[in-house]
Design a protein around this ligand. Sequence first.
Ligand code: 2PG
Ligand code: MG
Length: 417
Amino acid sequence: MARKVKINRVVGRRVWDSRGRPTVEAEIILDNGMTGRAIAPSGASTGTHEAIDLRDGGKPFRGLGVDRALANINTEISNALRGMSIVDQPSIDRCLIELDGTPNKARLGGNATVAVSMAALHAAAASRREPLWQYLADGATPVLPRPMVQIFGGGAHAGRRIDIQDFLVIPVGASTFDEAMSMTARVYDAAGSIMSDRGHLRGVADEGGWWPEFTSNAQALDTLLEAIERADLEPGKDVSLAIDVAATQLRQGQHYLLPAEGRELESEELVEFLIGWCRRYPIVSIEDPLAEDDDAGMKAFTTKMGGRIQIIGDDYLVTSAERVAAAALLGACNAVLLKPNQVGTVTETLAALTAARAAGWSAIVSARSGESEDVTIVHLAVGWGVGQLKVGSFARSERMAKWNEVLRIEEALRNRA
Ligand code: 2PG
Ligand code: MG
């Protein structure tokens, strides 16, 4: 039945993201009157190989207008998709890729294509009268993700107050998502209290994590441990640590510059520096430990630590199936971060997940630092059974909308079992 339901038209509209910047919303209207819509997110620490976030340039909104991306949706994309079956996501995405005709969605804009691609999923699920996670699972067992939650923001998300971009916790001891959220709430609150007690509370960074009023990166890690203990939880047993180094942002020529440490490091030195932290702290996952162009460093770090911790490629892999396969062959990373807007369509995001699984890797679905109320990625994580989810911190509604959506899905699954 749903197979016969066709796309009538696609509408692009300007909405606003969590940084108060313009972004793209796409709405797909089906022949039967049903609709689906989605909003494109945007990054601050973006990889060179990501799909292009098409912006207008010029003076308005500091060049960040999206009128060109919207025009592409309202004309070319709408015309090309009209009449296509809504449940044929691979064909819809192939049509977007071919219509764009560039290797990185530079012509139509990755922000236009990802919003349309995700809107198609919502319209398809609606026409099947299924929740999106269930439509995506397609009969397979859905999996609730383990959350990875930012407690302190740094790097490009906090005026580079400290070098490391994300200090995160993973509530490894939780046996349900609901329990994981309450553990997180306690740690987030305790971390805020510690900052406040020391007169260090300065509000929150881009993704809702506490603004890092620290003098060194290790101070953030020490404070995380303190916060876990103050929440009556045990570091490493109930709650483990993770970091996103976002090392591309630290790259200066062939070196890495860590101003908060007052140090400039060679690639091999950064590898040893991070290994030192892994010895001292219960860190179970490190993202982008080296820069996007540092294959040798990534390989060296993975050779030494890949058997012990999760090593995630974000800027390094940009949700590209080809880059995942090449990195696996090289022996660099053992996990991929999946951000649909890095590649521009849902089908290509799924291809990156498939490549990761073929390599025996884990995967993590992730939001961007510029977000909205859109919760599509939550459904991707659950429906595809990805296993992990990273959407920023435990404050600000663009983050909480996503955590809360998982709670609703957990309840729906429990009632079904
Ligand atoms: C990252 C993301 C999300 P951004 O580096 O993982 O935290 O940041 O969206 O700015 O690339
Ligand atoms: Mg990252």
